[in-house]
Write a protein that binds this ligand. Structure first.
Ligand code: XMP
Length: 324
């Protein structure tokens, strides 16, 4: 794809011109395709003068932090710092059940942790950090223009305004003219592993909005295990790319079950898998019975504390993709 190759060259030149010969850039990475592609582009343009920061918020997927760390440092040679802030996040989420409050807590804590790290990098670099990298895509640009009203609070997103003002950072957004499919082509051209290039989107508040009710480490662990089994089976069946997004949610409900020869009173997992192109409307994925039986069987057998599995067959609209 010649236009993409040209995009890489021109963008690298542009980044070098904007940042200058000694300037430094910081940016958060999440393990998603957008932030990884943006980070790799920075690496190509300015090497280790780009500082990537991965914040472990305690509500990421199973082994996700380790996998992202491995891929970005060993695979892509990106100058990455992992900050384990899971206790800080989980501590603040204690007792909280309202999903919008969960989102606010996670968003604000993320900003605090990231700001602390950014300040450390600035200090260590002797004050030469001037830019904040964001993996903003064209649809995000459009959305933030058209949703500048009360509707912007329907689902709150990370806000970097404070960082830009307090630390006098300038925003650098190399993907702001691209669509998702173009970012995937770009990622492939930049040598990013296929697994990462095709990853389903994962919400910033992560498993916290998929554990319905209070987010405790125990509940997160249950949701995480069930989710891992579901995704593993989807991949094994060769369905991962056909499905746009899939996850397991943990419901705060107890159901009766018979495990072995004992009656149990355990929790319920809800599975959701959707196909969509724009994430504004979505249809549930029509798995065959054999697949469902296997996944449900594995979840009740392998995940302690779960005795029942449900599948969400609600279209969007009216049902959103996330449970909360
Ligand atoms: P809904 O649930 O609104 O989700 O149908 C549409 C898409 O947005 C993602 N989503 C979020 N992403 N922070 C995020 O970064 C959030 O608070 C959030 N809520 C929903 C969701 O995963 C889906 O891809």
């Amino acid at each position: 794809n010649w236009t993409m190759e040209r995009f890489v060259d021109t963008e690298i030149e542009r980044i070098r011109a904007v940042v200058g010969p000694t300037g430094q850039v910081i940016g958060a990475v999440s393990g998603g395709v957008d932030s990884t592609v943006a980070a790799k582009l920075m690496k190509e343009a300015i090497g280790d003068r780009f500082h990537a920061i991965l914040v472990d918020n305690g509500v990421m997927r199973l082994n996700e932090c380790e996998i992202v760390h491995e891929t970005l440092t060993k695979g892509l040679n990106i100058n990455l710092t992992v900050v384990d802030a899971s206790e800080e996040f989980l501590g603040k989420l204690k007792g909280v059940t309202d999903p919008e409050v969960k989102r606010k807590i996670i968003g604000n804590t993320f900003i605090e942790v990231f700001q602390r790290e950014a300040e450390r990098v600035v200090k260590e670099s002797g004050g030469a950090v001037d830019f904040l990298l964001q993996g903003t895509l064209y649809p995000d640009v459009i959305e933030s223009i058209s949703f500048k009203g009360p509707s912007a609070t329907i689902k709150t997103h990370h806000n970097v305004g404070g960082l830009l003002e307090n630390m006098k950072l300038k925003l650098i957004e190399p993907l702001r003219e691209l669509f998702k499919d173009e970012v995937r082509v770009l990622g492939t051209n930049l040598g990013i592993p296929e697994d990462l290039v095709w990853r389903h989107p994962f919400p910033g508040p992560g498993i916290a909005i998929r554990v319905i009710g209070e987010v405790t480490p125990e509940q997160v662990a249950i949701a995480r295990k069930a989710d891992h089994i579901f995704i593993e089976e989807i991949k094994a069946a060769g369905l991962y790319r056909e499905i746009s997004q899939a996850y397991a949610a943990l419901l705060p409900v107890k159901a009766v079950g018979v495990m072995g020869d004992k009656r149990v009173h355990d929790q319920v997992i809800a599975l959701r898998a959707v196909q969509t192109t724009d994430y504004m409307t979505a249809d549930w994925y029509d798995f065959d019975g054999k697949f469902m039986r296997k996944v449900a069987g594995r979840i009740v057998n392998e995940v302690d504390g779960v005795c029942r599995v449900l599948y969400d067959v609600t279209q969007k609209p009216p049902g959103t993709i996330e449970f909360q």
